[in-house]
Design a protein around this ligand. Structure first.
Ligand code: AMP
Length: 249
């Protein structure tokens, strides 16, 4: 069984991004880029399924600029068998990525696609859902446990009131939540090994996909500045301030 794992190159989660002065977006020139953390969890889960004998091949896919190769090499250092870069300098929105992944799924015929629940740069939380709709497959989003058995996936999902367990036939889409697993550290020998793994390069046109953006960003602005906190002497003063100044109780 083959698993496809889409991995996105995003601004590293430790970087404090700045909004450009013209409000057209955030400044990503010269900032550290890394694999989207939820996608690391997705690669880790695919590896655990492979190590558990449920999966025979793990293919990582990244869509975007040439530097996404680094993200694919990281996925291969975690253990993915090969990588596919869909190379474009166009801005890619979730619908375009979902269409690219649909075209690749048609070609590669995986039984399972594990995506991150959301990319930490655009916070869209859309690609997995759109891909499931385009493919006509079932989807289990926000997974905190995945079991593959007898041609079906049993997935525990993190929902508002607690945990929900659902079963879905394969092929299927799963999106990862934070508690699914803890990704392993990438070791130097595995980084070296990853350099020799196959990395295919295709263009959106090769897949017959039009990636033209459908959404236009009108404005990006900084969140309002938070005022500094104050120290209170005792609970009575705290209650008085909450009641008379903040007027929240
Ligand atoms: P989003 O819908 O943008 O929040 O992204 C959700 C998930 O879709 C990510 O965690 C990735 O698994 C996948 N994804 C989104 N954009 C890309 C991309 N450009 N290349 C590869 N995978 C992507």
């Amino acid at each position: 069984m083959k698993v496809l794992v889409p991995v996105k190159r995003v601004v590293d989660y430790n970087v404090k991004v700045r909004v450009k002065s013209d409000g057209s977006g955030v400044d990503i020139a010269n900032v550290k880029m890394s694999m989207n953390p939820f996608d690391e969890i997705a690669v880790e889960e695919a590896m655990r399924l492979k190590e558990g004998g449920k999966v025979t091949e793990v293919v990582a896919v990244s869509c975007g600029v040439a530097q996404c190769q680094e993200t694919l090499r990281t996925a291969m250092a975690i253990g993915a068998d090969r990588g596919i870069l869909v190379e474009t300098t166009e801005e890619l929105q979730p619908l375009a990525v979902a269409k690219l992944l649909k075209a690749l799924a048609d070609k590669e015929q995986p039984q399972l696609i594990i995506l991150g629940k959301q990319a930490i740069d655009d916070d869209s939380n859309q690609t997995g859902q759109m891909l499931a709709a385009l493919l006509g497959w079932g989807q289990a989003t926000f997974a905190s446990k995945v079991v593959i058995e007898d041609g079906k996936a049993t997935v525990t999902r993190e929902v508002d009131g607690g945990l929900e367990t659902i079963a879905l036939p394969l092929p299927a889409i799963v999106t990862t939540d934070l508690r699914l697993n803890e990704p392993r550290y990438v070791t130097l020998p595995n980084i070296m090994k990853a350099k020799k793994k196959p990395l295919e390069n295709v263009k959106p046109a090769d897949l017959g996909v039009d990636v033209t953006p459908r959404l236009k960003t009108l404005k990006v602005s900084e969140p309002p500045k938070r005022s500094a906190g104050i120290m209170v002497k005792d609970i009575a003063e705290l209650v008085s301030k909450l009641r008379n100044e903040a007027k929240v109780i």
